[in-house]
Design a binder for this molecule. Structure first.
Ligand code: HEC
Length: 97
């Protein structure tokens, strides 16, 4: 029993580590492609959307906006792979720490 619980904890920890890795990659993409408008580490976005306030249950809306663009924001679908956009989402959900 103890062994099963320990194995479960390991799996959970591995999952958390993977999510952290993804957010870290997302932070790199963010710095390169998004920070100019949305602010360094999502702080001080000035005119652009404050991504720290983006609803955390709206991944599809996020992916659509980034892929196809939204009003004055250009589309990034030709520039970023689906995997990179999903790393960006992990970063946004992490709150940019
Ligand atoms: C040239 C400036 C600029 C860049 C670069 C930019 N954005 Fe934006 N973004 C904006 C503006 C302006 C808005 C507000 C659009 C509107 O009027 O709804 C916005 C809106 C958004 C929204 C909200 C869309 C919604 O559903 O309301 C998301 C999400 C977003 N940007 C993500 C990103 C990500 C991720 C990147 C980097 C890949 C990025 N943006 C790069 C200017 C930019």
């Amino acid at each position: 029993m103890v062994r099963i619980v320990a194995a479960g904890a390991l799996v959970l920890m591995a999952g958390a580590a993977l999510a952290q890795d993804e957010a870290k990659r997302g932070a790199d993409h963010y710095a390169r492609h998004c920070a100019a408008c949305h602010g360094v580490r999502m702080r001080d976005p000035e005119g652009a959307y404050d991504l720290r306030k983006f609803p955390q249950d709206a991944q599809e809306r996020f992916v659509n906006a980034v892929t196809r663009g939204k009003s004055s924001m250009a589309p990034f679908g030709g520039l970023l792979t689906a995997e990179e956009i999903s790393a960006l989402w992990a970063y946004v959900v992490s709150g940019g720490k």
